[in-house]
Design a protein around this ligand. Structure first.
Ligand code: NAD
Length: 362
């Protein structure tokens, strides 16, 4: 199993090193090769996604990604900015499904802005379509209005669109993911107003006929935003389009209160994936050895589960993370009174120790 390891910028190098350490103790036949990406790649090779990095990612079975970006690159022309590396990888690898679990660990319920009883035990999976919708639809641009409320005025417009195959493939991902969980999918749309999302709803309903064992409900996006903060535990798998998913996945992430804990996966049609923490490169804490590596370590667990078909190894990592939290170890972002503050490396070492059966002391 070949893994392309792309640490990137900022805390990326620190947190990916810990995830690699954890993967190495699993005694699996993993071949890991590292390459530069993002700002680091721009500085070393003049481009955020050099050809050699892209080739390595294409040849690998899965990509383990840290984070890219730093304020010092903000003045570069758009095509050379670190963030373009992610867009390029998504495009060239055909990654169309973004999976973001929002899991609230028992010991971290206090970190949520919601009442503990609303989030304790929360375990939902947001699946966002990544390639279509109003973000990529053509035509788009600025022009002089010929109709509407202000004919003759300057206006801007975008095009919302989804094709049948795009909806079908993301619906399959959602129903299959639900089968590995609690067998329930909530499809989020705006079918009451938007033609695109009436079509979305119709196609998801058709695909559902192939998954009679999975429960399907439809929900308007405004209601979904409300239910996510009112009764988030009612959800299991949530599937939606690119724009609604962009917004709802951040909302769901924040229910858990700790961005340093949240992994993510972006998958192609064959379950090949790019795995990365949900957070960015955190330039404000880079190099200080205090970043929380758990989101990246849990991303490695997702990689084992979804792409490399090693669910037992994924379970071992996830149980080890629970054990470390239960022992009271915390990086500063999740630290609270009565727990022990540790750095990035110590947290990674503790996960390794838990996997290899050593006792963790808080
Ligand atoms: P960010 O997620 O990097 O940081 C937001 C806040 O969360 C910061 O205070 C940071 O210190 C903290 N934080 C993030 N991850 C943490 C961790 N593992 N442990 C402890 N604290 C953590 O978002 P930002 O500050 O808006 O963006 C910084 C840079 O990251 C920008 O250049 C942005 O473009 C880039 N970015 C990259 C990605 C990606 O690579 N996928 C995603 C989002 C942002």
């Amino acid at each position: 199993m070949k893994i392309a390891v792309l640490p990137g910028d900022g805390i990326g190098t620190e947190i990916v090193a810990e995830a690699v350490k954890v993967l190495n103790v699993l005694e699996l036949p993993l071949e890991m090769e590292e390459a530069v990406v993002g700002g680091a790649a721009y500085e070393a090779k003049g481009h955020p996604l050099p050809e050699a990095t892209l080739q390595l990612a294409k040849d690998a079975d899965a990509v383990l990604f840290g984070a890219v970006g730093d304020w010092k690159f903000d003045k570069l022309e758009r095509a050379l900015r670190p963030e373009q590396a992610i867009l390029g990888l998504r495009k060239h690898l055909g990654l169309f499904a973004n999976l973001r679990p929002a899991l609230c660990y028992e010991q971290l319920t206090h970190a949520s802005s919601l009442k503990p009883e609303l989030v304790a035990g929360l375990d939902i999976l947001i699946i966002r379509e990544l390639t279509g919708d109003i973000y990529f639809g053509q035509p788009r641009g600025r022009r002089t209005a010929v109709d509407g409320h202000f004919p003759g005025a300057e206006e801007a417009f975008d095009t919302m669109r989804y094709s049948r195959p795009e909806i079908e493939r993301i619906a399959h991902v959602a129903f299959q993911a639900a089968r590995r969980r609690s067998n329930k999918v909530t499809s989020v749309d705006k079918a009451n107003v938007l033609e695109t999302f009436q079509f979305w709803k119709d196609v998801v309903t058709e695909v559902h006929a192939q998954y009679p064992d999975v429960e399907l409900e439809h929900m308007y996006v405004d209601n979904a935003a409300m239910q996510l903060v009112k009764a988030p535990k009612k959800f299991d798998v949530v599937v939606t389009g690119n724009m609604f998913g962009d917004i709802l996945s951040d909302e769901a992430a924040m229910l858990t209160g700790s961005i340093g804990m949240l992994p993510s996966a972006s998958l192609d049609a064959n379950n090949k994936g790019l795995y990365e923490p949900s957070h960015g490169s955190a330039p404000d804490i880079a190099g200080k050895g205090v970043a929380n590596p758990l989101a990246t370590i849990l991303s490695a667990a997702m990689m084992l589960r979804y792409t490399l078909a090693q669910p037992e190894a994924a379970d071992r990592i996830e149980s080890a993370v629970r054990a470390v939290l239960a022992a009271g170890l915390r990086t500063p972002d999740i630290h609270s009174e009565g727990t022990r503050k540790v750095g990035t490396r110590e947290m990674g070492d503790a996960v390794v120790a838990a996997i290899t059966g050593k006792t963790i002391t808080g």
